[in-house]
Write a protein that binds this ligand. Structure first.
Ligand SMILES: Cc1ncc(COP(=O)(O)O)c(C=O)c1O
Length: 432
């Protein structure tokens, strides 16, 4: 008898959480690690939100509450999501979750039967792919095109749609690429969906980075395109916009009240409700005019860092990096480094079972971490299927500028250290 169910072996993970213990080990050994791996803004929770949470605690607002989310927060979400996208939403369509992450997997449980196909961006947030085998559905990666600013066309999507397609994830501004869609792109994508998909196919529009935008870019939602609101789930939350990843407040807007109630029931089954004091804090975050200023301050810091890091990366031999228009990541192409440093050859010479656990970009990521103390994420952390010959890293710019300067110096040295890399391979440690 096996202890663990077969199903449990089918779920994958988010590697960003795996790198943490490696960093701790290096720090315990006395090294200063530059953390370009983090997916959370490095700013404090805005004071007005903090004060509201404290006031709620003082009022003893610490008991069970509505499993769908407290009404005041749902009303605030309905208004701001609706106003920003030019659509009408009611509080009954909104469900509050512990962060932006839970509705990703819950939607696969609610909408997909075994054998249904799920289309998702690759590179993309790892949880889209991670859940698919777990629910018995079939993963269909939609490979984003670097030459289109890490986006895709309607024709790219059309090729993947079949009668079995049930759920399609899109994510702009994108993690990990920072790509932002134009209204024209979204209209083209929507046109394909309306032509090719049954009305019961759901589009999951992950807009968690909706407020983190540069160079005057705007967040356009596919739900704003005519005929799309009734097929689209809009998911966002408080984690990124208000630098509040530990608050665990996110929300999704469903096309119908009936669907929202199914998710409310899942909430009841899984966790009953979210801490009401944090939900009230999130309501203030959404409604207070002060939030505009805190977001603007964060974005201008991200933009300065982005300009510095992208420039530094493009000056490294073998690296090319686009200028992202949103989120707080840069996604350099390191194919030249993989070739020049002989990483591809070193990978090809590894035993097959070791190859399965790593990739050329993972080897460079690990070399950079263990020998030069710069933590980044590899391409494989953002979707694994069909990515064997894709060599990228994700660097988060949610780290202070002095650390970023140090990180870029170290990375330039690492790229120049062929002998060090050869030794790293010889040691046969830390390959993943
Ligand atoms: C695209 C995307 N969606 C969802 C999430 C989850 O956010 P949360 O921390 O609110 O669960 C993240 C977090 O990194 C993300 O990048």
């Amino acid at each position: 008898m096996n202890l663990i169910s077969d199903r449990t072996a089918l779920i994958n993970t988010e590697n960003a959480f795996k790198v943490g213990p490696y960093i701790v080990a290096l720090e315990n050994a006395g090294h200063k690690v530059v953390k370009c791996n983090l997916g959370e803004p490095d700013f404090p929770l805005p004071v007005h939100v903090r004060e509201e949470v404290k006031a709620q605690l003082d009022k003893d607002n610490t008991h069970y509450c509505d499993p769908q989310g407290v009404l005041g927060l749902r009303q605030a979400v309905a208004k701001y999501i609706g106003d920003a996208r030019g659509i009408k939403i009611t509080a009954e369509q909104v469900v509050v979750f512990p962060g932006g992450k839970p509705p990703i997997g819950l939607c696969q449980q609610v909408y997909c039967n075994p054998g249904d196909e799920i289309i998702y961006p690759s590179p993309g947030f790892p949880i889209y792919e991670s859940f698919i085998n777990y629910v018995g559905a079939i993963p269909v990666p939609l490979h984003l095109r670097e030459e289109l600013g890490f986006s895709f066309t309607g024709a790219d999507l059309e090729k993947l749609i079949t009668p079995k397609t049930k759920l399609i994830y899109i994510n702009f501004p994108s993690n990990p690429t920072g790509g932002v869609a134009t209204p024209e792109q979204l209209e083209e994508i929507a046109d394909v969906i309306k032509r090719k998909c049954d009305p019961n196919v759901r589009i999951y529009s992950d807009e968690i980075y909706e407020n983190i935008l540069f160079d005057g870019a705007k967040n356009y939602s596919i739900a704003s395109v005519e005929g799309m609101q009734e097929r689209t789930i809009i998911a966002t939350g408080a984690s990124k916009s208000y630098s509040w990843t530990g608050g665990r407040v996110g929300w999704a807007v469903f096309p119908t009240v009936e669907e929202a109630l199914l998710f409310k029931n899942l909430n009841i089954n899984y966790f009953s409700c979210l801490p009401p004091y944090n939900q009230e804090g999130a309501k203030v975050a959404i409604e207070s005019p002060k939030s505009k200023a805190s977001i603007a301050e964060m974005n201008s810091a991200f933009m300065r860092r982005r300009d510095f890091v992208v420039d530094a990366l493009n000056n490294m031999p073998g690296v090319t990096c686009q200028l992202p228009k949103g989120a707080f990541y840069v996604f350099p192409n390191i194919a030249g480094v993989v070739k020049d440093m002989g990483i591809d050859k070193a990978f090809a010479a590894l035993p097959e079972d070791v190859q399965k656990t790593t990739s050329p970009s993972t080897l460079f990521q690990m070399f950079l971490l263990w020998n030069y103390y710069v933590a980044t994420m590899d391409r494989k952390s953002f979707g694994q299927i069909g990515t064997e010959n894709m060599h990228y890293l994700r660097l988060s710019i949610a780290t202070g500028i002095d650390d970023l300067k140090l990180g870029m110096e170290r990375m330039a040295k690492a790229i120049d250290d062929k002998a060090g890399f050869a030794k790293f391979i010889e040691n046969h440690e830390h390959f993943a």
